[in-house]
Design a protein around this ligand. Structure first.
Ligand SMILES: CC(C)(COP(=O)(O)OP(=O)(O)OC[C@H]1O[C@@H](n2cnc3c(N)ncnc32)[C@H](O)[C@@H]1OP(=O)(O)O)[C@@H](O)C(=O)NCCC(=O)NCCS
Ligand SMILES: [Zn+2]
Length: 191
């Protein structure tokens, strides 16, 4: 493996794949079987557990643990000190092991705000945005802006990150959207 940056204070276990241009900053631990794409950035004190898959262009801020069962697609953003989970009903005396973990998928471009928690077993849609401090307890639709405990949808967000007004035309970048059967879709998109 070459072409990525690893700070000398961080550890990488055996059988890890890391793509070109990825940067791993201070005090991180990448566990075996992890697959990490290109041009990602992992801030201080990030743990990536066994067999976790991470796409390209992903940014993880300080103090985040990405547990087994979590998958991050391309361009996911994890805010500082946000929390993933992988066991819905944990007990110290009755550990469930790998089979008991519930999967969590963050689709392309999804953002999780600082200090938010994602309860396991859910999918966060493409370009969705979870507010700081929210607790996600359900699947999140594409482009949805979610806030609160438990997180509720309070709006829609453009791919560029601007919160959309009722016109569903982004004031910042001009992308246009429409709601189709309660799902936001891009009108002038190229995907
Ligand atoms: C959710 C968010 C995107 C909303 O931004 P915004 O559109 O400018 O929001 P506003 O400040 O206009 O607030 C809109 C409403 O949402 C509420 N709100 C905003 N952020 C909230 C949050 N994190 N949790 C709960 N409610 C929130 C506001 O109180 C306001 O409610 P009101 O209409 O009843 O007064 C933003 O507040 C946020 O949490 N961003 C995440 C920042 C972050 O974690 N970055 C990490 C990397 S640095
Ligand atoms: Zn936009």
């Amino acid at each position: 493996m070459s072409g990525y940056f690893l700070h000398e204070s961080s550890y990488i276990d055996a059988d890890v794949e890391i793509g070109q241009g990825t940067k791993i900053w201070h005090f991180c631990h990448i566990q075996s079987g992890a697959e990490i794409g290109e041009n990602c950035s992992f801030g201080q004190n990030v743990n990536i557990s066994n067999n976790v898959k991470i796409g390209d262009g992903v940014k993880v801020q300080n103090n985040v643990s990405i547990y087994e069962g979590v998958e991050l697609e391309d361009y996911v953003f994890c805010g500082p000190s946000m929390v993933f989970t992988n066991d819905l009903t944990p007990r110290a005396k009755y550990p469930k092991g790998h089979e008991g973990y519930k999967k969590t998928l963050l689709k392309e471009g999804a953002t999780i705000g600082a200090n938010a928690t994602v309860v396991c077993g859910h999918t966060i849609g493409r370009w969705a945005m979870v507010a700081a401090g929210a607790v996600v307890t359900k699947d999140v639709p594409d482009y949805a802006l979610m806030a609160g405990v438990p997180a509720k949808q309070i709006g829609w967000v453009c791919e560029c990150g601007d919160v959309l007004s009722d016109s569903l035309i982004c004031k910042k970048c001009g992308k246009k959207y429409k709601v189709q059967q309660e799902i936001l879709v891009r009108m002038n998109g190229d995907f």
